[in-house]
Design a protein around this ligand. Structure first.
Ligand code: F6P
Length: 746
């Protein structure tokens, strides 16, 4: 039982009971006193009545011997102290033993019995005098003395009983009060907790006059706190390309930066007309790193996958990018079909991708795929080692395609600072443990100086996996894992997008974007538009989203004819069955829903399967009333952040899967479990009914967060940690050199 409750409720109650005890005690004393005195008077009368008849004989007896004997016998009664005979002259003539010496006879009045309390020594006695007139005319008084000390004892006992009773009653009442208070409090706290967790405006809590004001106050406080926290961070650093450049100049002067990824930031393709086109891929990694490389310069090493890539490079397979304003070098590596099949489609996308995403699709592990994966990782390691100009570059290794690369690079470039970033989730050891090459993969990554993930949970999972499967030393305080004398730090860096978002530059107003998109898809002006934009990947939950839309129409038929969902999906990894299946399943679902709810010119789901350039994506985001990101599992999901970034009008609602890293940051989105289609359907209804001011409030907070935690902040934090590690290594090397010289001199 909480001490505070005890103090608050039980102590005052016990105080009141103590006061009652103090007030009642004199009353009890006087009641008990009077009660026993009355009792003694009756007893005295009884004694007197029993001896009255024998008194004349005893008075006239020759001696008082008989009388004394009788008196002694009567005085044996424990309540009778003594008994005596006062003669006519009020002289004490005969007494039993123990008659107090100091006490004489008291005169009675007009033949009435006399009852009087007298003080004898320290105690009190009751003097009961009964006038006696004998037939012979003798007058005297029989006196019976009662010891009153027992009344005091009884009073004391009565007081004790009273206090004990009050104490028992008090304790019981206090216990009941505290228990009731605790239960009430618990119930209240639970209601508040439910209300706080419920989406803002939940009708269930609106009517509760006790909880509703508290909830709105708490929400306001949280908002204020959030704003002040964000303001404080904002005051510290406003991250931009300029800040990133300053970090490089101040913390890593003259450093050589190399990025390695499978996907290249610019793909040169030859189109049907035979012309060369530049395409920017639909890749979160590229979205995030491109602005960083523009700010830092350096070299990006990637697989050259475009049909015109070979034609656009120099003799060293390099091309300066971005094509319009070159600021860094793209170094392309060529892969054979076999290499692509084994390394990219096989091990990376049929093995590691489903292994790390918990979407219940079985990973496939084939030995030849693994061999290609190892050999392509070696190929990249050799190219990077040849490409770098200095022995100590900063090498930023991206993603699950290159788990072995950090260790291979460490062997070739021992002084390099290697940062490996894993863009997808890292599952727990039980899940990861099914991979036949788990030890090699974990050990490969631990060749890095830093291993980065989007969330702390993925960091924890990685450390637990290392702990479970390889020989290593883990420092949990520093979150680092050491293998064979080399230590790698494991850190969470939630990835983000550039701010201000480059695709927004030069884009039309929200109203114009909406008009363009509505015109393109022949939508009537009063249409309410929901959108989803991503690669056509089975982890993105596109069929689940369509199912939710179908249930939404079933449950809320008033939206049929008014709501249209536009799904834009870029084809991806189409060589793999799972990807072909998800496309097929989605197209069939869209057809079914359109057949069920479509009519005349109304088509509830529009599915567009083609790559969209970032400006097109942003235009669609700006046209939408609602965006659904229903990934079944996702490391971060930058689409969610892009939607928020596109809405400078602070309108539009984001429905976001709880299984994305983004949901840890974008808490003002409507968070859903994409596996629960009915709940998602209700969320669509809620989103479409959300008042504009609530949309604005939520959007403002999310935009603040994306603005502050932008991609420059993400890269900046990694580079600052990189700089710290390099300084530490330099100091350690200097100390080792001094020690070596000292040993040599001895
Ligand atoms: O999410 C992991 C990731 O590598 C992203 O960085 C990127 O968006 C996506 O996969 C790209 O996949 P691919 O290069 O196979 O098309």
């Amino acid at each position: 039982m909480p001490v505070s409750l005890l103090l608050r409720f039980a102590l005052p109650l016990l105080g009141v009971l103590a006061l009652m005890a103090a007030a009642l005690t004199p009353l009890v004393d006087s009641l008990v006193g009077r009660w026993f005195q009355h009792d003694l008077e009756i007893r005295s009368r009884l004694v007197f009545n029993s001896v009255e008849d024998s008194l004349p004989g005893l008075i006239h007896a020759p001696s008082r011997h008989e009388m004394k004997l009788l008196f002694d016998r009567i005085a044996e009664d424990e309540r009778v102290l003594a008994i005596g005979w006062c003669g006519t002259t009020d002289r004490l003539e005969t007494t039993s033993k123990a008659w107090p010496v100091a006490l004489g006879c008291l005169p009675t009045k007009s033949g009435k019995a006399l009852f009087k309390t007298e003080q004898v020594g320290r105690g009190g006695v009751l003097y009961a005098g009964f006038p006696v007139v004998t037939p012979a005319g003798d007058i005297g008084q029989l006196v019976i003395l009662h010891d009153l000390s027992f009344i005091e004892r009884r009073s004391f006992d009565a007081r004790l009983y009273l206090w004990a009773l009050l104490a028992v009653l008090g304790t019981a009442a206090a216990a009941v009060t505290v228990l009731t208070a605790q239960l009430t409090l618990r119930g209240w706290v639970q209601s508040v907790r439910h209300a706080l967790n419920a989406p803002a405006g939940d009708r269930r809590f609106r009517g509760d006059s006790q909880i509703a004001p508290v909830i709105s106050e708490v929400r306001q406080l949280l908002r204020d706190l959030d704003i002040s926290r964000r303001t404080a961070v904002g005051i510290r650093v406003d991250w931009s390309p300029e800040t990133l450049r300053r970090v490089l100049d101040n913390e890593l002067p003259g450093v050589e930066v190399v990025v390695v990824s499978n996907r290249e930031p610019y793909i040169h393709n030859r189109n049907d007309a035979g012309q060369i086109e530049v395409q920017r891929p639909a890749s979160g990694l590229v979205t995030a790193f491109e602005p960083v490389m523009r700010a830092c310069g350096g070299t990006w090493v990637a697989h050259g996958s475009g049909s015109a890539d070979k034609e656009t490079v120099d003799k060293h397979d390099r091309v300066a990018v971005p094509p319009d304003t070159p600021t860094y070098t793209l170094k392309r590596i060529w892969l054979s079909d076999d290499e692509q099949k084994g390394y990219y489609y096989g091990l990376a996308n049929e093995g590691l991708w489903p292994l790390c995403h918990i979407t219940f699709s079985r990973p496939v592990f084939r030995q030849p795929d693994w061999e290609q994966y190892v050999s392509v990782n070696r190929k990249f390691a050799d190219v990077v080692a040849r490409e770098v100009q200095r022995p100590d570059p900063v090498i930023l290794v991206q993603d699950y395609h290159f788990a072995l690369l950090p260790r291979l690079l460490r062997d070739r470039l021992p002084d390099a600072t290697i940062v490996a970033f894993w863009h997808i989730p890292w599952p727990n050891p039980e899940v990861f443990g099914i991979c036949p090459w788990r030890e090699a993969i974990v050990d490969g990554l631990l060749g890095s100086s830093i291993v980065g993930f989007h969330t702390q949970l993925h960091c924890n999972n990685f450390i637990e996996t290392a702990d479970r499967f390889i020989e290593c030393h883990i420092d949990r305080e520093d979150a680092s894992v050491a293998v064979g004398g080399h230590s790698a730090q494991v850190r969470a860096y939630p990835i983000s997008i550039a701010w201000p978002p480059p695709p927004l530059e030069g884009l039309a107003s929200v109203a114009d974007c909406r008009a363009n998109v509505f015109r393109r898809y022949n939508l009537p002006p009063d249409t309410v538009l929901g959108v989803g934009i991503e690669r056509f990947d089975y982890t993105k939950g596109i069929p689940d989203r369509f199912l939710a839309v179908e249930i939404f129409f079933e449950k809320h038929p008033e939206w049929i004819g008014r709501f249209v969902f536009l799904q834009v999906a870029a084809p991806t990894r189409s060589g793999l069955t799972l990807y072909r299946d998800v496309q097929k399943e989605s197209a069939e679902l869209a057809d079914r829903i359109n057949a069920r709810f479509g009519r005349n010119n109304y088509q509830p789901i529009i599915l567009v399967i083609r790559h969209h350039e970032p400006e097109e994506v942003y235009e669609i985001f700006r046209a939408a009333d609602l965006c659904i990101v229903s990934s079944l599992h996702d490391g971060m999901n930058l689409v969610a952040k892009e939607f928020v970034a596109a809405r400078d009008d602070e309108q539009g609602v984001l429905i976001l899967s709880t299984f994305t890293g983004a949901s840890r940051e974008l808490m003002e989105a409507l968070i859903v479990n994409p596996f629960d289609a009915r709940a998602t359907a209700d969320m669509i209804d809620k989103a479409l009914r959300m008042p504009q001011d609530e949309q604005a409030e939520r959007m403002r907070l999310m935009r603040e967060l994306v603005r502050e935690n932008n991609v420059f902040y993400w890269a900046g934090r990694m580079l600052l940690d990189t700089a710290r590690i390099r300084k530490r290594v330099r100091i350690e090397t200097a100390i080792a050199a001094v020690n070596g010289r000292r040993r040599g001199a001895l």
